[in-house]
Write a protein of this length. Structure first.
Length: 344
């Protein structure tokens, strides 16, 4: 009996789902324009940004000055910003010579430039176009809401670009992880909330902390996975500086910190009490605890899609579950009219 041959044809939804699930091109080799764009932009990680925007919107919806249109536009803006950032990361890392065939970026997923899916010029063009569209969104929100929109947008762009771009290259200096916390926490949540409401109390910044911690755990796991390569390249990410054992301990602490800071935010009135449903994510944390406490296996399990990443996968699964539960709690609060304390 012969083994089943790989699929020779996939439906469009099947291709898109596979790219969104694995960050890899469809196994059939068929690349329509949508699956190609999803692959080039690493759209599989965009839900992390979508969640940040929903956290902001579901807090903002209680405010008297909430504007659904400006919220939707701000949500589009942060998704475009993340898309542009992914394109720029691949562009800058391939331009500086970091992304090579034997570097993890080209191992867990085909590198768009190295594998010939797009040229550097094409990648640069795509990044410029997305950034220009995002800038147009920012101009509209600036006209509607004033100069703070520009502060949020410019800070987000500069931090995102500086993550990989010379001369700062923050991830090379142990500052990439704090960068991600600030961008996915206070900047995204705060910026979308301000755009939707036109003002922002300090409690919103506090409410952004739990999700900012979740997103940072994913990067910490990824950088632990990449530490052997990064150390050789002189890239001093936080896990390279701390060492794997300490870095994983910090990662686990931040995962626990999500639940602790969520509880604190409820206590101080920054989040409504239905977000306590996030505690349902604890079993996922428990499942991830041992893998995030032990040495990485020598070989990937059968069918594991993103090797040599390992720790990042468990951190991502926890972040996805806990983030969805946080949004669910906020949605319930919005539907039944339970306001966070700072709006009561």
């Amino acid at each position: 009996m012969t083994s089943a041959a790989p699929p020779t044809h996939q439906s469009l939804p099947s291709r898109w789902k596979e790219v969104l699930t694995t960050t890899n091109p469809p196994t059939s080799g068929e690349m329509d324009i949508v699956s190609r764009w999803l692959f080039l932009t690493r759209a599989a990680v965009l839900p992390m940004t979508l969640t940040a925007g929903l956290v902001a919107g579901l807090l903002a919806v209680h405010a008297d000055d909430f504007h659904a249109g400006w919220f939707a536009l701000a949500l589009l803006g942060i998704l475009l910003a993340h898309t542009a950032n992914n394109l720029m990361n691949d562009l800058f890392d391939s331009t500086t010579g970091l992304d090579k065939a034997d570097y993890p970026r080209a191992m867990y997923s085909p590198h768009p430039v190295l594998e010939g899916y797009i040229t550097k010029r094409g990648l640069a063009t795509a990044a410029i176009v997305v950034n220009l569209i995002d800038a147009a969104v920012g101009v509209v929100l600036f006209i509607a809401r004033g100069w703070p929109v520009i502060v949020f947008a410019l800070a987000g762009f500069l931090l995102s670009a500086a993550y990989t771009a010379p001369p700062l290259r923050l991830k090379k200096r142990g500052l990439g992880e704090p960068d991600v916390f600030v961008v996915w926490g206070p900047l995204m949540v705060g910026g979308v909330y301000y755009s939707a409401v036109g003002s922002i109390p300090w409690e919103v910044y506090a409410a952004s902390v739990p999700y900012g911690l979740l997103c940072t755990t994913v990067l910490m796991g990824k950088h632990v996975d990449k530490a052997p390569w990064d150390e050789k390249e002189g890239i001093r990410t936080l896990p390279v500086i701390l060492g794997n054992v300490r870095a994983l301990a910090v990662t686990r602490t931040m995962m626990v910190g999500f639940y602790v800071t969520t509880a604190v935010c409820v206590a101080i009135g920054a989040l409504p009490w239905p977000v306590a449903v996030a505690a349902v994510g604890v079993p996922t944390l428990v499942k991830a605890w041992d893998p995030l406490s032990e040495p990485k296996p020598a070989e990937p399990p059968a069918g594991f899609p993103i090797w040599p990443l390992w720790y990042a996968a468990f951190a991502f699964l926890h972040t996805r579950r806990a983030g969805l539960l946080l949004v669910l709690g906020l949605l319930v609060a919005a539907v039944v009219g339970i306001e966070p304390g700072f709006l009561s």
